[in-house]
Every structure is written in structure tokens, then in C-alpha cells.
Design a protein around this ligand. Structure first.
Ligand code: A2P
Length: 317
């Protein structure tokens, strides 16, 4: 498995298993299968509501001698209701208990959006905390303390715009190791990628296949399909690979991490095989023209009536 290097000599496998939308009943088998196939990186989050099943599969794979803890890269995330400095370590410890490990490889601030403690999903104005009232820099300091305590090896962010990441870098003692964002040919985010390259921040592409299995409430009418795009289909046919593999190879050629989600044994295998694929400059030029600046996961669900967050403030657009 190819990997990218991080501070301290750690290596992050370039292709990981996404677990968002994997139902608790299915994710256990998917993680076990994935590890047996050769996946060594699993992307998790408490909001996916399946971390204890992921943890059971990981623990069994380790107990059986199939892999050691050191062979696996585990990422998880801080949910929006636990940004307050005194909430962070308890939230992290819950994730560690669910995943059945002593430390995470990478812990990310899931969104630059804050809720009151205990709010899983906001329903009313009073459920939110504005960023001005609890700045990300304070949350970050508490994450840095978790590194010092050995609870996490690396810390980073997710869904951060270039402006928010730049601001965080100015306040951070430990620079963020990662920004995990939605990335695919319809949302190429070149300026953000350039900024991350220049600042030695790795980037993970989430929804690399377009996350067609999002819940209905998170889907818009007439969404464009990535897997059925004719350009993607042509590049796939040229290389004798599938459209999904083409999308993953595109992300890997751009030197991002990709975390395709699947609970299907054949697709798990197909996606892992993409870890060794790269596209050529002609393919990349053709796919570059597909950029629409289109977000499948635009965060509109955090901008309901009374929310201090808007799409413009979220993405600094
Ligand atoms: P399934 O879990 O049944 O395989 P994303 O990673 O962008 O969130 O996309 C996940 C969606 O893509 C899921 O619906 C998943 O379904 C599907 N998927 C995963 N791998 C493939 C593949 N190789 N070809 C087609 N669809 C795939």
C-alpha cells in the first residue's frame, strides 16, 4: 500500500475505507473483509454511529494476529457538540473506547460548526454556538493537549475552507496535519489543494465517488452523477478499469488520500485495487474540465432558520 509521510516518520496509507453511511449491522463485516483484503486505513467518526462495530472488527483482526495495531491507521473526528475544551477529551475517550484502542492515529475537527453539548443534530436556533463565542483556536489548543497526553498521534481538520485553515495555521503550535474535504472531479478545489501543498498539510478526499447513498434529506434534485459521467467512462475504458477506480486514481494522482465507502465485498476489492492506479496527463487534463464547483455535501443542513452559520460563512465564499 502506498503511503504519505507525516511528522515523526508515521506513514498514512493513501487509500482508506470510508465508514460514513455504513449501517452498524453492515460495517462490522465490511471492516473485517477490508482488513482481510489489505486495507490498512479506516476513516471513522462518532456521528456515523457505528464506531463500536468498527472497533469490534478491528479488535478481532488484531486478536487473530491478522494485523497489529501498528499496521492500522485509524482516523476519527470530533463532533460539533464537543468543541468546548472540557468536552474534547471525554469525546475522544468515548471514541477510543468504542474503537477499542489506546490512541488514534489522526483526530480531526469534523466541521467548523458548533452545537451545544449533547446536540447531535440542530433543530432550533438555541442548539448552535457561534464561532465567535468559541473560536476554533481554543478547540485546537485542547486538541494539542490530547497529542501531548499521547491520546492521538496527529491532529487536523475537516471541511475547512482555505481562509479558516490559514487562520488556524497562524494560531497553532502544532500545525494541522490534514484537511479532509469533499473532493471529486465536480469539486476540484485547486486553490485549497495548492495552499495545503505549500503548507505541508495532507488532504483527504471524502465522497470520492459522489456518495450516492446519502440520506434523502441530504440530496438535491437533479444531482450530477460522477460514476455515469461520459468522460470518466471514456478514461476508464481506455485503461481497462472501472469508473469508480478512475475516480479514485484521479484523487491519488493529485496526491490526495481517498476514502471510498463500501460495504460490498466485490466493490471493496475493486476500490482497493485502485491504490496502485495513476492517470496520465491527458486524462488529468480532460477531467480538469469537469470542475463545476459542485458540493454534494454543502452543509446546508447547518444553516436552518436561526443558525449563526450560512453557506457563505461556512465556505468563505
Ligand atoms: P456500496 O457500499 O453498496 O458499495 P462515497 O465513497 O463517495 O461516499 O460513495 C459511496 C457509495 O458508492 C455507496 O453507495 C457505495 O455503495 C458506492 N460504491 C462504492 N464503491 C463502488 C464501486 N466500486 N462502484 C460503484 N459504486 C460504489
Amino acid at each position: 500500500m502506498h503511503s504519505y509521510s507525516l511528522a515523526g516518520g508515521d506513514r498514512l496509507p493513501t487509500l482508506g475505507l470510508g465508514t460514513w453511511k455504513s449501517a452498524p449491522g453492515a460495517v462490522y463485516a465490511a471492516v473485517k473483509q477490508a482488513i482481510a483484503l489489505g486495507y490498512r486505513h479506516i476513516d471513522c467518526a462518532p456521528i456515523y454511529q457505528n464506531e463500536s462495530e468498527v472497533g469490534r472488527a478491528v479488535a478481532e483482526a488484531i486478536a487473530s494476529g491478522q494485523v497489529s495495531r501498528g499496521d492500522l491507521w485509524l482516523t476519527s473526528k470530533l463532533w460539533n457538540d464537543a468543541h468546548a475544551p472540557d468536552q474534547i477529551q471525554p469525546a475522544l475517550e468515548k471514541t477510543l473506547a468504542d474503537l477499542r484502542v489506546d490512541a488514534l492515529d489522526l483526530f480531526l475537527i469534523h466541521w467548523p460548526v458548533l452545537f451545544k453539548p449533547g446536540v447531535i443534530f440542530p433543530r432550533r436556533a438555541g442548539d448552535y454556538i457561534a464561532l465567535d463565542d468559541l473560536p476554533i483556536s481554543r478547540t485546537w489548543q485542547a486538541l494539542e493537549a490530547c497529542v501531548a497526553k499521547g491520546l492521538v498521534r496527529h491532529i487536523g481538520v475537516s471541511n475547512f475552507s482555505l481562509g479558516k485553515l490559514d487562520d488556524l495555521c497562524r494560531h497553532a503550535t502544532i500545525r494541522p496535519a490534514m484537511n479532509q474535504v469533499e473532493l471529486h472531479p465536480y469539486l476540484q478545489q485547486n486553490a485549497l489543494l495548492d495552499f495545503c501543498r505549500q503548507n505541508n498539510i495532507l488532504v483527504t478526499a471524502y465522497s470520492p465517488l459522489g456518495s450516492g447513498d446519502r440520506p434523502a434529506g441530504m440530496k438535491k434534485r437533479d444531482e450530477p452523477s460522477l460514476l455515469d459521467n461520459p468522460v470518466i467512462g471514456r478514461v476508464a475504458a481506455k485503461h481497462g478499469i472501472t469508473p469508480a477506480q478512475t475516480l479514485l486514481a484521479w484523487g491519488l494522482t493529485r496526491q490526495t488520500v481517498v476514502i471510498p465507502k463500501s460495504i460490498n465485498p466485490l466493490r471493496l476489492k475493486e476500490n482497493l485495487a485502485a491504490a496502485d492506479l495513476r492517470l496520465d496527463p491527458d486524462d488529468m487534463a480532460e477531467i480538469a474540465a469537469l470542475d463545476l464547483g459542485y458540493r454534494f455535501v454543502d452543509g446546508a443542513f447547518f444553516t436552518g432558520s436561526g443558525s449563526p452559520y450560512t453557506l457563505a460563512s461556512l465556505w468563505d465564499a
